[in-house]
Ligand binder design. Structure first.
Ligand SMILES: O=C(O)CCC(=O)C(=O)O
Ligand SMILES: [Fe+2]
Length: 286
């Protein structure tokens, strides 16, 4: 039930390949040393709140956290995570000219990005539930893509992202979620409730994934079913990654995720993210 993602061909139409596969796997898009600098920037901030063991470059979770003592309220935690998410070395990667160039090529026009970024520090035992992105961010243009950027190496057992093969063409998913807005339709969960294995079997699909190196990224559309595998690191290595969103310039942008103080979900800003919680409070799968 597991397949290997194929690498996109940069010399051919990226939009055709995205339509065909529902994703684009791109290797060495970013400068790997810039990714490593961003990684160290984030690890330093996590170490500042006591969440990373020394030497911090190992990215091993300490098992404890001072984050809530240092940043007691939800608002304080959100501010802390915003400051980490807006680190200059991180932004130089995720909003930098290399990925913008790829997006210009994909859209065939100049590209804009959400100011909001979904930075994730996933300790061993955690995963992201299976979902499509559409119900979370559909108040602007539908010409929107997600770019998932691992911030450092992510081996196959360290919580890689998976997509379900050909899921971008599944009408049941489209019918179920098109037009749903998680901030308006609070009674319905945004994620897919079916068991991933069952959904894969029903649709004769496969989990597609790969290991990632610094510099790689994965681009996909709003209806591609995806999630992350559990981070099964045997040494407690944190999986660091960031997801960002791009669209053609001049198209309407979802107002929740743009500007200097994006309101994000429920107006909570960065505190809407589970990553804004201390790492020792986010052990359960979510
Ligand atoms: O990194 C993860 O665990 C989830 C990422 C995701 O859902 C996305 O990039 O849209
Ligand atoms: Fe997602």
């Amino acid at each position: 039930m597991l397949g290997k993602m194929r690498e996109a061909d940069l010399t051919k139409s990226l939009s055709d390949q995205l339509l065909e596969d529902g994703y684009l796997l791109l290797r060495s898009v970013y400068d790997p040393s810039a990714v490593n600098i961003a990684r160290q920037e984030i690890l330093k901030r996590l170490a500042e709140v006591g969440e990373v063991k020394n030497p911090i470059s190992g990215a091993i979770f300490s098992g404890t956290s001072n984050r809530r003592n240092l940043h007691p309220t939800a608002e304080d935690l959100g501010k802390f995570w915003k400051s980490v998410s807006e680190g200059p070395a991180l932004r130089a990667v995720i909003n930098g000219p290399r990925i913008i160039g790829i997006m210009d090529q994909l859209f065939g026009s100049l590209t804009a990005h959400f100011s909001f970024a979904w930075l994730r520090a996933m300790q061993a035992g955690r995963a992201s539930p299976m979902h499509i992105d559409h119900p979370y961010m559909n108040r602007g243009t539908d010409q929107l893509v997600t770019c998932w950027t691992p911030l450092g190496p992510v081996d196959i057992d360290e919580g890689t992202l998976y997509i379900l093969e050909q899921s971008h063409n599944w009408s049941e998913i489209r019918n179920q979620f098109e037009g749903q807005d998680v901030d308006r339709d609070k009674s319905k969960p945004g994620h897919i409730q079916e068991a991933p294995l069952e959904l894969v079997q029903q649709n004769n699909s496969r989990f597609l994934t790969t290991s990632f190196n610094p510099g790689d990224c994965l681009i996909f559309g709003m209806f591609t079913v995806h999630g992350s595998f559990d981070n099964n690191s045997q040494i407690g290595r944190i999986r660091l990654s960031c997801d960002t969103r791009f669209q053609p310039v001049g198209e309407p942008m979802d107002p929740r995720f743009s500007g200097v103080n994006p309101s994000a979900h429920e107006g909570l800003g960065y505190s809407c993210l589970s990553a804004a919680l201390p790492m020792n409070e986010t052990n359960s799968l979510r």
